[in-house]
Unconditional design. Sequence first.
Length: 201
Amino acid sequence: MTELPSKYLSNTVNEFANLPGIGKKTALRLVLHLLKHEKKEILQFSHSLNELAENIKNCKICHSISDTDVCEICANPKRTRNTICVVESIREVLAIENTQQYNGLYHVLGGIISPIDGIGPSDLTIDNLHQRVENENIDEIILALSTTMEGDTTNYFIHKKLSGLNVKLTTLARGISFGDELEYTDEITLGRSILNRIEFH
């Protein structure tokens, strides 16, 4: 890309280009679009990012993103409290919630085991999941990870980790094709996969 006429423009473009799926050309287009707005609107955009950085929390129970120490789902007394759905990130929480077919709790791992990316079990919240099953009255763990090699490896590790505990492990029905990312699965297929979940072996 040609050198930009302003270091401030260049710095901002570089920050946008660090976002996933955003190249330098797209980043430049986004920044130039921002510059078309009034200064107060740009400052409001900046303020929202500052607030995000300063105030966002991870729920101390399920590790999902929250404004408070305990997220709204974990704090909701109407949720089924003996079932935990294990997911990779908040993206999957949102996808499952959109189906309106699940009323239990969640546990966000913060990723999946991927040696090629340098992510091992200790980098995830698997030990916290073990503690929850030990200390809470949990009857079922639903393994709702993407149907990839890494997702299946993580499922198997969790299965071994929880094998000494009296808890039922299930996984989503394979209406979801192998290799599919859960967050991109349509709501009807995902909803049916939750309702028709099968025992994990």
